[in-house]
Design a protein. Structure first.
Length: 225
């Protein structure tokens, strides 16, 4: 599957298009700290790319029955909203370079995220990307979120392309697992360092950033192997 060019590109959102994951972690840490639960950085890092359901499940296991999940969600949400309303959400370096390459080669693309649709649209608005994606497939639009393949299968259908002809861009092992389960080629662009070993070994390609992805797509579309 790695010796071809592609007919469409599917972007993950958090950590790939948007530099939003640090804002989530800061908000989660603040909420947990206020409730008296100081959790290690490794735990928060392990939530990269996870759906909200998995995040809450892991928090309950980590913190035990005394953890007030409802209060945590309220506190962390308030911290996060206050931050992004004041500062917005940064776009990852190289994203616009990828868009230029996709436009040059007339490759369709869409967004595929574990976030709920309304949340994804709001995050894109805070990042100034409201009109960039014609198609968005969100976690609340499918039966199962990543690491299940449903989101990427739906995205390929929206793009009217076979999923095996789609190139998925992901930053987390959860997303890589979902892309591989769907049968798509996957570029892993780690948002956390050190990069997850499993994702490095199993993704079709490893890239340092989206600038490298843009160059890679350009070369492959111009000179397919």
């Amino acid at each position: 599957m790695t010796d071809r060019h592609w007919r469409a590109v599917i972007f993950d959102m958090d950590g790939l298009v948007l530099d939003s994951e640090p804002t989530y972690v800061q908000a989660w840490q603040a909420g947990a700290d206020e409730l008296g639960f100081a959790l290690p950085a490794e735990f928060w890092d392990s939530l990269s790319g996870c759906s909200g359901k998995i995040v809450t499940q892991r928090l309950q296991v980590q913190c035990g029955p005394g953890f007030n999940l409802h209060k945590f969600q309220q506190l962390s949400s308030d911290y996060w909203l206050a931050h992004v309303q004041q500062h917005g959400i940064a776009v990852k370096p190289g994203f616009f370079a990828v868009l230029e390459v996709l436009s040059l080669y007339r490759l369709p693309f869409c967004l595929a995220t574990n976030s709920a649709l309304a949340a994804a649209q709001q995050c894109l608005a805070w990042a100034g990307l409201t009109d960039v994606f014609s198609y968005i497939v969100a976690g609340d639009m499918v039966a199962a979120a990543k690491p299940a393949p449903d989101i990427f299968l739906r995205a390929a259908a929206e793009l009217a392309q076979p999923v095996e002809d789609c190139l998925v861009l992901e930053d987390s092992p959860t997303g890589v697992s979902a892309a591989l389960a769907a049968g798509a080629s996957c570029v892993f662009v780690p948002s956390l360092q050190p990069a997850d070993t499993w994702a490095v070994e199993h993704a079709d390609f490893l890239m340092a950033d989206l600038h490298q992805v843009a160059d890679f797509i350009s070369v492959r579309q111009h000179h397919p192997l």
